[in-house]
Each structure stands twice: as structure tokens, then as C-alpha cells.
Design a protein around this ligand. Structure first.
Ligand SMILES: Nc1ncnc2c1ncn2[C@@H]1O[C@H](COP(=O)(O)OP(=O)(O)OP(=O)(O)O)[C@@H](O)[C@H]1O
Ligand SMILES: Nc1nc2c(ncn2[C@@H]2O[C@H](COP(=O)(O)O)[C@@H](O)[C@H]2O)c(=O)[nH]1
Length: 204
């Protein structure tokens, strides 16, 4: 029987660099896992594309998805809904591929209950002041939203002990290499390591 894939969850506070690290990992052709695009009711930021960055939904559409049980998990984060499409995740894992979720902490807790064997990685900032600096520098949020996200961030950081691994995002490339090494180690531990995972670790 074909083995199922590994569910990889990358979580951490807003502005720590989850999206940056995820895009860097997926920019490499040797990356051996699939990214699950989330649904959100947040308005698209400049340059964001529907179906690439997110599936952008109205609140009514999102609430219908909740009712129809189309979401593996969902959370309301600073005034907007975010959620993971359940069919995509289950079908892709069933095909034996690893699925990568980039989600906030409430959602990660829900996923842990449904997938206790998933791999849960918390991306941590070097400091709270550097975290705030990164959200401010990104320039996508109003001052109010930044303050709300920082309040939530402090609560999220307190939950990092619920994760299998904590990776500090001090430098993007190093954080990516650490995450890829953790995934390969996890496959070794589960005796499912294949050459494609080793290839992923090759540094250019
Ligand atoms: N290691 C790093 N060093 C310095 N700046 C970084 C680093 N990683 C990411 N950044 C910058 O920090 C800002 C926030 O990054 P990003 O948007 O990836 O965070 P995020 O965790 O995905 O945030 P959110 O949860 O709000 O979507 C961006 O401007 C990004 O360029
Ligand atoms: N619980 C979920 N959280 C998600 C999902 N997709 C993204 N996110 C997280 O939401 C916040 C805010 O994102 P932003 O794009 O508005 O900055 C951030 O922590 C994301 O990781 C999801 O499907 N479920």
C-alpha cells in the first residue's frame, strides 16, 4: 500500500516571516512538498493574486464553507477568517505527498487534534522588537492592526512549547535550511526517507 504523506504545519506570530520562508522554500524546484493555499475573508494586499496567495472569500461564502465542513481548521484572526481546505489536504496526503500549511496558532491547535502525527514547527522571532520592526517595515497594516497583531503575538509565543520544533528566523536562508533538515530528519525517524528528500537538502 502506498504510504501517506506527512502534514507539515508552520506557524508563528504575524510578521515573523512565515510567508517569506515558505516562498523561499517553494521557490526551489527540488522542494518535495505541496503548499495548501488557504481561504480568507481578508482583502487582498497589493500584488496578491486569488488562487495563488489565498482564495479570497466574502464572510458569507466563508461561513457557508464552515457549515458544509469544507475546512480542516479555521480561525478568526484580528477581524478576518482564515481556513484550510480539507479536501485538498486529505487528497494530497492520500497521494503520498507531503502537505505544507502556513497558519496561525489557533488553527495549528485544531490541526494537531485531527493530525496528531503531523509535524508542527513554530517559527520564532529573534526578539519582540524585531518582530514589530518586521510588521512595520512590511508596510501592509495600519497602526491599529499592528498593535492588535503584536498583542496576539505575545499570546502565541507563549504557546511555542506545544510544537515539535522551534526554529528561529534570524536569517531567511538559515531558517529555510533548518526547516528542510527537520522534515528530512522526521522522514528518517518514520523510516520513509527517499532520495528526493536528500536532494532537497543540497545547498547551491
Ligand atoms: N529573517 C528575516 N530577517 C529580516 N526580515 C525578515 C526576515 N524574514 C522575513 N522578514 C521580513 O519581515 C516581514 C514579515 O514577513 P512575512 O510577511 O513573511 O511574515 P508572516 O509571518 O508571513 O506574517 P503574517 O503572519 O502577518 O502573514 C517582511 O517584510 C519580510 O521581508
Ligand atoms: N488558522 C489559519 N491561519 C491562517 C491560514 N492562512 C493564513 N493564516 C495565518 O493568518 C495570519 C494572518 O495572515 P495575513 O496573510 O493576513 O498576514 C498569519 O499568521 C497567517 O499565517 C489558515 O488557513 N488558517
Amino acid at each position: 500500500m502506498k504510504e501517506k504523506g506527512l502534514l507539515i504545519v508552520l506557524s508563528g506570530p504575524s510578521g515573523v516571516g512565515k510567508g517569506t520562508v515558505r516562498k523561499e522554500i517553494f521557490s526551489h524546484p527540488d522542494t518535495a512538498f505541496e503548499y495548501s493555499i488557504s481561504m480568507t475573508t481578508r482583502a487582498p494586499r497589493e500584488g496578491e493574486v486569488n488562487g495563488v496567495d489565498y482564495f479570497f472569500k466574502s464572510r458569507e461564502e466563508f461561513e457557508a464553507l464552515i457549515k458544509e465542513e469544507k475546512l480542516l481548521e479555521y480561525a478568526e484572526f484580528v477581524g478576518n477568517y482564515y481556513g484550510t481546505p480539507v479536501d485538498y489536504v486529505r487528497e494530497t496526503l492520500e497521494e503520498g505527498k507531503d502537505v505544507f500549511l502556513e497558519i496561525e496558532v489557533q488553527g495549528a491547535r485544531q490541526v494537531r487534534k485531527k493530525f496528531p502525527d503531523g509535524l508542527f514547527i513554530f517559527l520564532a522571532p529573534p526578539s519582540l522588537s524585531e518582530l514589530k520592526n518586521r510588521i512595520v517595515t512590511r508596510g501592509t497594516e495600519t497602526e491599529d492592526v499592528i498593535l492588535n497583531r503584536m498583542t496576539v503575538a505575545k499570546e502565541e509565543i507563549e504557546m511555542m512549547n506545544l510544537y515539535d520544533y522551534v526554529v528561529e528566523n534570524d536569517e531567511i536562508e538559515r531558517a529555510c535550511e533548518r526547516i528542510k533538515a527537520i522534515v528530512v530528519a522526521e522522514h528518517c525517524r518514520r523510516e520513509r526517507v527517499e532520495p528526493r528528500y536528500i536532494k532537497m537538502l543540497e545547498v547551491e
